[in-house]
Design a protein around this ligand. Structure first.
Ligand code: C5P
Length: 243
């Protein structure tokens, strides 16, 4: 299935990893008119707050609030209620919080929906891509491979009723096999050919990730650190329309 330019843009989540709204606004201005998804992570959200997210929504962007909630169920329910009322299109919680916590997030969403508005996708963080095999086994105390931990968390998230997971692009095929094609995958670790790896290790190009079946790709520095962010994003979109 070939993607239109608009469909391709909608699958790219630009990671607004900036210290404040002013810095983020410079990039948003550069990318003006491109219908990409915007990802607001904890660095920007803790600095710029709910009003920044509301301003992105007013400008028509889809917003993924990447704040990785992980707390007791009642607190996560409250957090989910608050971010749903903010109007985000997607947010995430840690699968490691367990079934009751993930179900509480969904309850928080439902409660907020009584007032109407957009129903966000709730997705789970499986195992952070920064976790090595050694850290998983010896520090966290989970036995087995990183991939098996990711799959178990994905299955737990699916059973709790969540909409998908954040995972590495190389895990997408196994996740879709285990949880079904409609279970969404959001993948960081995307690097166009020739882009700097930075601190990412297991990477994939945008077109390869799309072929694996990824639903959304989170891309930060290949766009934000480029001398020409708009051209960098346009080139990724073009690559996706050709894939
Ligand atoms: O700059 P880069 O493309 O590496 O940015 C990747 C984005 O995806 C960052 O915002 C990072 O926090 C996020 N992320 C990640 N690995 C995960 C989860 C989120 O790189 N497992």
């Amino acid at each position: 299935m070939k993607l239109s330019r608009e469909q391709a843009a909608g699958r790219v989540m630009v990671a607004l990893d900036y210290p404040d709204a002013k810095a983020a606004e410079r990039l948003i201005e550069e990318l003006k008119g491109i219908p990409c998804y915007m990802k607001v992570g904890m660095q920007l959200f803790y600095a710029a707050g709910p009003s920044f997210v509301e301003s992105l929504k007013k400008r028509g962007y889809y917003v993924f609030l990447d704040v990785k909630m992980h707390d007791i169920p009642n607190t996560v329910k409250g957090g989910a209620n608050s971010v749903t009322r903010l109007g985000v299109d997607m947010f995430n919680v840690h699968a490691a919080g367990g079934t009751a916590m993930m179900e509480a997030a969904l309850e928080g969403v439902e409660q907020a929906m009584i007032a109407g508005g957009t129903k966000p996708s709730v997705i789970a963080v499986t195992q952070l891509t920064s976790t090595s095999q050694e850290v998983l086994n010896e520090q966290i105390g989970i036995t087995g491979s990183v991939e098996s931990a990711v799959l178990r968390y994905a299955e737990l998230a699916k059973a709790a009723g969540l909409n998908g997971v954040v995972a590495s692009p190389s895990e997408v095929v196994a996740i879709k096999e285990a949880c079904g094609v409609a279970f969404q995958t959001v993948t960081p670790g995307i690097r166009p050919v020739g882009a700097a790896l930075n601190d990412q290790s297991r990477i994939m190009t945008p077109s390869d990730a799309l072929r694996q079946g990824t639903d959304f790709m989170v891309i930060g520095r290949p766009i934000t650190a480029s001398p020409n962010p708009r051209a960098a994003l346009e080139s990724i979109i073009e690559e996706l329309t050709q894939a």
